[in-house]
Design a protein around this ligand. Structure first.
Ligand code: NAP
Length: 241
């Protein structure tokens, strides 16, 4: 059993499809976009895979608890958790409201905290599990106009390393994938000009594809990475060194 948060679109959808193609029954979590989540499910099922849609706002502890109650009741176990759900609320720091800062922290870092904590309760009893958290190169090098987002993604990286150390003895691995620029709704909505500005900084001279991020996630999630934990894998066309 695998759970991908924020799998209704973009990178999360690609991850859900890839994990299903590798044989997992995938829980497609979404918050607002039911129709999009249904498309993810259809794409999985068209390829012969299995999936179940569950709505939960990952920033809300109660909704996450309800989601995990359903997982425990219906499936008894969870082998793979991918904390992918994320939002941006960009703006220069001097103009940024406390509300924007907190919303980004609560969804990106808070969601990762709630889901990881709930997943560990299942994984510890199984004595096996793999968690992959989606950070960003912004969390490694910082990004102007994204102090809130960079802080949330940097926090995910250090959180992941600490969780990896704490639960390695239970045979639970925790790794991070840090994508560079990938064209999804997150990056293209009203921001094409800003995005194009960054192409000169990418040695491979192109943006990434969601499927390229998904390939890295599937590897780290799988037993092929059985001796890899607490690592950050950048998928950024060489942008960060
Ligand atoms: P996206 O297309 O905007 O998709 C975001 C996903 O997150 C959606 O499925 C959305 O679900 C879900 N989500 C948002 N808030 C949620 C909440 N409170 N609870 C549950 N789900 C929630 O973005 P994306 O580009 O695919 O980004 C996916 C992840 O990759 C994010 O963590 C992002 O920070 C990271 N990332 C992206 C890039 C990039 O260039 N695109 C680069 C680095 C890192 P609903 O629509 O159903 O609400």
């Amino acid at each position: 059993m695998s759970l991908v948060t924020g799998a209704s679109q973009g990178i999360g959808r690609a991850i859900a499809i890839d994990l299903a193609q590798n044989g997992a029954h995938v829980i497609v979590n979404y918050n607002k976009s039911l129709k999009e989540a249904e498309i993810t499910e259809e794409l999985i099922k068209n390829n012969g895979g299995k999936s179940t849609i569950i709505k939960a706002d990952v920033s809300d502890e109660n909704e996450v608890m309800e989601m995990f109650k359903r997982i425990k009741k219906n499936f008894k176990r969870l082998d793979i958790l991918v904390n992918n759900a994320g939002i941006i609320k960009d703006g220069y720091l001097m103009m940024m409201s406390g509300k924007s800062f907190n919303q980004v922290m609560n969804v990106n870092m808070g969601g990762c905290f709630h889901c990881t904590q709930a997943a560990l309760r299942l994984m510890c009893s199984q004595k096996k599990g793999s968690i992959v958290n989606i950070a960003s190169t912004s969390g490694l090098v910082g990004q102007e106009g994204q102090t809130n987002y960079s802080a949330s993604k940097g926090a995910i990286i250090s959180f992941s390393k600490a969780v990896a150390k704490e639960y390695a003895k239970y045979n639970i691995r925790v790794n991070v994938v840090a994508p560079g620029f990938v064209k999804t709704n997150m990056t293209t909505a009203n921001k094409t000009v800003l995005l194009e500005k960054y192409i000169d900084n990418i040695p491979m001279e192109r943006f990434g594809e969601s499927e390229e991020v998904a390939n890295a996630v599937s590897f780290l999630a799988s037993d092929k990475a059985s001796y890899i934990t607490s690592k950050v894998l950048t998928v950024d066309g060489g942008m960060t060194v």
